[in-house]
Design a protein around this ligand. Sequence first.
Ligand code: NAI
Ligand code: 15L
Length: 268
Amino acid sequence: PTPRTILLTGAAGGLGTMMRGLLPSYGYELRLLDMLPIEGEPGAITADLADRDALREAVRGVDAIVHLAGISLESTFDKILRANIEGTYNLYEAAREEGVRRVVFASSNHAVGFTPRPQGDDPLIPIDTPRRPDTFYGLSKCFGEDLAQLYADLHGIDTVSIRIGSCFPEPTTVRMLSVWMSPADGARLLHAALTAEVAGHTVVYGSSANTRLWWDLDPARALGYDPQDDSESFAPAVLAAQGDLDPDDPAHANLGGAFCTAPPLWPH
Ligand code: NAI
Ligand code: 15L
């Protein structure tokens, strides 16, 4: 059955705000959650992922969860631990306790960020390429994917983990010409992930059908995703402003781009 009532976590964020605008046209009723209040949404739940009681109440009665909440860039290990690792565990526990059977998890390309980007005639990166997180942030996405697998195998909660590229209104860097997901394609992929017949846990890359694509979109297409956008129309302006990627620049060597060159952040 097509899920109808969806809990959208991280609804105040960039992706959450775009998806709040786009998902209702697919017929979903959204219940919104974020640690930050959401302007113009008096019904939104303001709660931290650390608040287990609030999460249990928030998931009660929904058909599925789209889990976007969390720290979305590199941070200290302690902050990532609390928001992304413990927070995602808390959400799955709430889902288990309340009988929610479908989750869509916002994983990230940074789970495999140290994978060298394809150059020339290199093949596209397959979905089963070994994990190579580029940050504590990427590591937390690896954890989320494994947690989803555990809850599928042990508790029968189906999850689609989407390793999102860059979902922003427009691609603004040369790297984004390869990894960009238009907001409209983002909504198409979430809808596919919410409605596809999946038994267990499945992982897909999330991007538009970019001419300069780096990874295999077939796993996403197998869910029924039919991307309509391609960053190539933005390429002339982006390349004129920035030039092509320098193969010798470590910030351009891997899927994760500059995340692979960030100095490590230690707990404090
Ligand atoms: P964002 O940083 O704009 O939004 C994240 C939201 O989560 C914020 O509104 C924040 O208040 C909320 N949040 C953070 N910690 C929380 C906690 N402990 N409890 C409750 N809410 C909390 O990030 P964005 O870009 O909207 O990304 C959404 C999700 O998608 C994130 O999980 C991110 O890792 C993932 N993602 C996004 C990509 C993109 O291109 N936007 C690419 C790859 C992954
Ligand atoms: C991500 O995982 C981040 O959440 C997003 O802000 C972008 O940095 C994106 O990856 C990217 O790789 O461009």
